[in-house]
Design a binder for this molecule. Structure first.
Ligand code: S6P
Ligand code: ZN
Length: 199
């Protein structure tokens, strides 16, 4: 039997009002209601939710077999906005196969990627167009849009067998929050963060 060889895939990133892939298999839409318990100002969260279940971010990706050797390319769009003083952000996750890395390339907008290891080591990188962030294995990651007006668009690629562990971040949070202070983004300690010994 000859080995199966898939055809290569070429994708254009279309520069419409929002960036979009010319072809994709999944379009994931995450709303305020999907982020219960994630923003520190719970009152602001509830008040916003009662008004409208806004879209916070969207992801377009290409489906590939979930096996080692395959990659999943995608586009992440985080819309501008805040819940209280905390900027719109993705849920954030560890990869289930924790020894898998990921690459992010910022196409448009401004923001941050916050990252944390299981041992509680924290770091953050600023994103602006053409910034490339390589996230090594074992770092959980969340993208945050710090622009008051513009969507944050990033291209990402990660191993197709990585999987997503959202539960750990839902329970412990990230060590720092990205909030607006004096008109700009600042990292502050997350008062609800659970250190590794309390997991
Ligand atoms: C997957 C990769 C991205 C995120 C996307 C949304 O490993 O990191 O595709 O899924 O940025 O974030 P989240 O935390 O909701 O999956
Ligand atoms: Zn990831």
């Amino acid at each position: 039997m000859p080995e199966r060889v898939d055809p290569p895939i070429a994708i254009d990133i279309l520069q419409a009002e929002a960036l979009v892939f010319s072809r994709y298999d999944n379009h994931i839409v995450r709303r305020l209601s999907d982020m219960k318990g994630q923003f520190h100002d719970q009152e602001a969260y509830q008040a916003m939710l009662e008004e409208e279940d806004r879209i916070l971010y969207e992801v377009y990706d290409v489906k590939r077999p979930e096996q080692a050797g395959e990659l999943i390319p995608g586009l992440s769009i985080v819309h501008p906005g805040k819940v209280g003083d905390e900027y719109y952000m993705t849920k954030g996750h560890f990869h289930t196969v924790i020894d898998t890395a990921e690459l992010y390339y910022c196409l448009r907008g401004e923001g941050m990627i916050v990252m944390e290891t299981p041992a509680g080591e924290f770091t953050a990188e600023r994103l602006k167009p053409h910034t490339l962030v390589y996230i090594p294995p074992r770092w959980s990651h969340r993208s945050v849009n710090t622009s008051p007006t513009e969507s944050l668009a990033t291209f990402f690629v990660y191993p197709a067998n990585a999987g997503h562990d959202y539960g750990s971040i839902e329970r412990r949070g990230f060590r720092k929050l990205v909030v607006e202070r004096d008109g700009g983004p600042q990292l502050v300690d997350n008062p609800r963060w659970l250190p590794p010994e309390k997991w």
